[in-house]
Design a protein around this ligand. Sequence first.
Ligand code: NI
Length: 181
Amino acid sequence: MKLKIFKYGEPVLREKSAPIAVVTGPLRAFADDMVDTMHAAKGVGLAAQQVGRTERMCVIDIPEGCETAEDEAFNSIVPMPLVMFNPEILSREGSQCDKEGCLSFPGVGGSVTRAAQVTCQYLDADNMPRIVTARGFLARAIQHELDHLDGVLYVDRLSEAERLSFEPKLKRLCGSNGGVR
Ligand code: NI
């Protein structure tokens, strides 16, 4: 089932997520809906806040051809779609800067510096603890989605110059969706 995607300005995007005690059937069904919603919107990641919820969970699916061959090989053991409950980043290494976008910010995209590699722990749909290490584009997606779970948005991480250049668009988008920066 496709869910409504909340846009910049909606207060829920600034809310911090609450950890999940146990992954239940309804939460698994909700995760499936998040994956459907992400795919329908042609996104590569979606966090609970973006569909108006605050459980600590997110989904990621990187289509083929988005990563360098080297990163794709490194990341190939990570299951896709990656459905993570209670994800936490354990370690970060290196740095990368690249263009980023977000389904909650239609028509806006800017450059964000992030770690080049991250190791992340989470619970899978069967409540099994998992650890993944990811590089490149997937590492970027994981950091972006975990930011959402903390109420942090990628525009918070733009350079001052870029943020200023997007300001009119951001103001308009925010104003038509509830007005919460
Ligand atoms: Ni996003």
